[in-house]
Ligand binder design. Sequence first.
Ligand SMILES: NC(=O)c1ccc[n+]([C@@H]2O[C@H](COP(=O)([O-])OP(=O)(O)OC[C@H]3O[C@@H](n4cnc5c(N)ncnc54)[C@H](O)[C@@H]3O)[C@@H](O)[C@H]2O)c1
Length: 261
Amino acid sequence: MANTAFSVEGRKALVTGGASGIGATTAGILRDLGADVVLSDVNADGLDSRSAELGNCPTFLCDVSDEPQVEGMVKAAAAALGGLDIVVNSAGLVDEVKYALERDMEPWQRVMDVNFKGTLQVCRAAARIMVPQKRGAIVNVASVNGPGGWPRRTAYGPSKAAVIAVTKELACEWGEHGVRVNAVGPGYIATPMVQGLIDVGKVDTERLSNRTPLGRLGTPEEVGQSIAFLASDWASYISGETLFVDGGWMAYGGAGDVKTF
Ligand SMILES: NC(=O)c1ccc[n+]([C@@H]2O[C@H](COP(=O)([O-])OP(=O)(O)OC[C@H]3O[C@@H](n4cnc5c(N)ncnc54)[C@H](O)[C@@H]3O)[C@@H](O)[C@H]2O)c1
């Protein structure tokens, strides 16, 4: 008999990147669906204000690129929650937007360390709890820039391609222990990250909308709902998957404007 009640009622959920954008919104959605939620981020002020909005949920300052910090944070989060059922890896950085031949490798390494290594490190720390308990759902946040090539994003795109790849690896390793690992691949979503790029002229909203079959940018809520689905029992037979939440971006292979090509 089908499970007709979509819910994460009573689940214990940790959201990284929870101070802003997709992470902050996802935490609210999980909470509204009945989960107990804690937030982690490097942004202390952002954590405080989002926690206040969510009824003073516990927060943990942590740079996901630093493994000892991650190990301590995940243990502390699980202790505060009284368990760990769901982890959402939304912490992430944008790229410098420089050509490969002109960029420095230090900022390149930083993007890889936060977006890829950070995601893997949080997955590992979570699995140390989830594998022995034989239960858990992890949702990583990748991007359409993982499978797609963008000029001047030689760190961001590869970091997200690696997130998609490692999501599959970990799903294969931990599936027998009842731990599912999936990802979402957002297109362009109206978050502070993208607003920052719009403000400095590195993103043109109109061109992006014209390139997107649904004709607009996405909202953090639309990504958060897909994350909640993948974290819930409704996705109980889905693992290793990346669900693109992109308004059809990945489906379009034309010459630049959906309406004319
Ligand atoms: N907004 C989009 O269009 C879009 C598209 C595809 C993928 N994504 C991905 O979605 C995720 C969330 O992005 P967003 O748009 O909500 O951006 P955002 O900037 O609003 O949120 C990202 C959060 O990650 C935190 N963070 C950054 N470095 C960190 C670190 N080292 N350790 C812990 N936390 C750190 C930031 O402080 C911030 O709160 C990112 O992984 C991003 O790459 C976003």
